[in-house]
Design a protein around this ligand. Structure first.
Ligand SMILES: C[S@@+](CC[C@H](N)C(=O)[O-])C[C@H]1O[C@@H](n2cnc3c(N)ncnc32)[C@H](O)[C@@H]1O
Length: 270
């Protein structure tokens, strides 16, 4: 139970939740002691985890700006998280004021906070949805009302596919999403990748084990495995699958420490 007025009925705040932990990692306020303690343990196990989270978020902003500048006017952001700085609709609508943004998240708090932020914005909406059931997203009436799948759509899966275990067949999920998109659409992926050094991998494994105690355990995949998720329907755009910090860094980010465990890519539907 919580006294916080913004916690929707039925949300369990006694176990850490991926969206609230990430919110805390980025300096947000929609989290609880259990999330903060979890993050401190994860950072102690894998020092620099905060830099990974920030590198991921910075990539998201650059990717959306890049897509908007490439003329994309529709975004489907799956695993969108609790709103924080540089939300997708803010970046996309700065470039194209009528850009459509559909947010989807598993977490009712992320959905509620997004809904309240989006009040009065006719071109941005949110639904509760599960990436593991792509058809429930792709055929959701709100999604079909906001997005026109006869035109290109950028599907964002940023820091979410690593929450989809192999048993849930992530490649089949991405394939299904790809089938719903016209040529010229885009797929954006950010995914936890393996640390480079043996020591780093040991630290990362400790942090990964912590996530096993949450409702959303983490799967680390390397660049080859991420390429397999992308599949044949999409072609990777330059620079391919790289560290988030290496994906078209802004001039003021050129000296940011590299984050090889945040692997990212943008791919175009053939
Ligand atoms: C680390 S946050 C990333 C937020 C945002 N995409 C970003 O990169 O800044 C991951 C989000 O994915 C959501 N999530 C995890 N598994 C999901 C699933 N199967 N379907 C939809 N959302 C999911 C979590 O609730 C959380 O809000």
């Amino acid at each position: 139970m919580s006294d916080a007025y913004w916690v929707p009925e039925g949300v369990d705040i006694t176990v850490p939740d991926a969206s609230r932990v990430y919110d805390y990692a980025l300096g947000g306020v929609h989290n609880f002691a259990v999330d903060r303690e979890f993050w401190h343990r994860a950072e102690a196990a894998f020092p620099g985890a905060g830099l990974v989270a920030r590198a991921n978020r910075a990539f998201l902003g650059r990717a959306v700006r890049w897509l908007a500048n490439a003329g994309v006017r529709q975004f489907l952001d799956i695993g969108s998280g609790i709103p924080t700085l540089g939300n997708v609709h803010e970046v996309a609508q700065e470039a194209n004021p009528d850009a459509r943004v559909m947010y989807v998240d598993l977490d009712p708090i992320a959905v509620q906070q997004s809904r309240s932020l989006l009040t009065g914005n006719p071109y941005a909406r949110v639904i509760e949805g599960d990436l593991r059931k792509p058809d429930s997203i792709l055929y959701h009436p709100d999604v079909l009302q906001l997005l026109d799948f006869a035109e290109p759509v950028a599907v964002l899966t940023v820091a979410v596919l690593h929450f989809v275990p192999d048993e849930a067949e992530p490649a089949t999920i991405v394939e299904r999403i790809g089938e719903s998109l016209v040529g010229g659409s885009f797929l954006v992926i950010s995914h936890l990748g393996p640390a480079v050094t043996p020591d780093g991998r040991k630290q990362q494994e400790k942090a990964r084990q912590l996530y096993e105690k949450t409702p959303t355990p983490v799967v680390i995949r390397d660049a080859g495995e991420i390429a397999d998720l992308v599949g044949d329907q999409f072609e990777l755009i330059e620079p391919g699958i790289v560290s988030a910090t290496d994906w078209h860094p802004d001039p003021d980010e050129a000296d940011d420490p590299p984050q090889p465990t945040a692997l990212v890519t943008i791919a175009r539907k053939r």
